[in-house]
Write a protein that binds this ligand. Structure first.
Ligand code: 5GP
Length: 193
């Protein structure tokens, strides 16, 4: 998606060879016009795939996910990051290690918000090692529902996330695919959408 690549080139900052900072349009200050265009782009691709809900992981996935859900005309569910296990029967949980923070948390879904008839689209801001998306898909499977696809804003192709997700049988569609990060350098390879 050229609009997103242009924004990343103009405002993204490579903090290291593996971490890209996008605080001025996705992670802290949010560009709603860009988020809406992202939502329309995902919706154009997924509109005939029978999506019933869009799932995302708090908090940076929420803005693009809500615009995608609105464009598809379906609800959005925020998977919560809890610090501890909840000992009750009405939640599904799975342990995740955060790529950027190195800490782990329990990704949590209230079992009321998924049913076996659901066809879920997972949307997240970044794909690095595929930990967050794998956790989200684990919760979808616990709920007995199907995963239609995984939509990513920024994929770092030099990390193993895509392979990990594709090896599990999931289709990944990324709007921007970063092939190299270094001080002052952000390079792209061809994106999916
Ligand atoms: P993964 O779970 O695929 O290893 O990493 C994806 C998650 O880590 C995303 O939800 C995102 O919040 C965070 N993340 C991974 N890489 C980056 C990065 O380069 N920049 C930022 N801002 N977040 C990242």
């Amino acid at each position: 998606m050229k609009l997103l690549e242009d924004k990343i080139s103009a405002e993204g900052k490579a903090l290291s060879e593996t971490v890209l900072k996008v605080d001025s349009f996705i992670n802290h200050l949010v560009d709603p016009v860009l988020m809406q265009e992202i939502g329309k782009t995902f919706a154009a691709y997924y509109k005939y795939k029978g999506v019933t809900k869009v799932f995302t992981i708090e908090s940076s996935g929420i803005a693009p996910a809500v615009y995608t859900a609105a464009a598809l005309g379906v609800p959005m569910v925020i998977l919560k990051k809890q610090t501890s296990k909840i000992l009750s029967g009405n939640v599904y949980q799975t342990n995740i290690t955060s790529f950027t923070k190195g800490t782990s948390y329990e990704l949590t879904l209230n079992s009321q918000y998924i049913c076996p008839e659901d066809r879920i689209l997972i949307i997240d801001d970044f794909l690095a090692n595929g930990e967050a998306a794998t956790g989200a898909s684990t919760l979808v499977k616990k709920g007995g529902a199907e995963i239609v696809g995984i939509g990513i804003l920024i994929e770092k192709v030099f990390q193993r996330g895509r392979k990990r997700l594709e090896d599990q049988g999931y289709e990944v569609r990324s709007l921007a695919r970063v092939s190299k990060l270094a001080k002052g350098i952000i390079q792209f390879t061809e994106a999916d959408l």
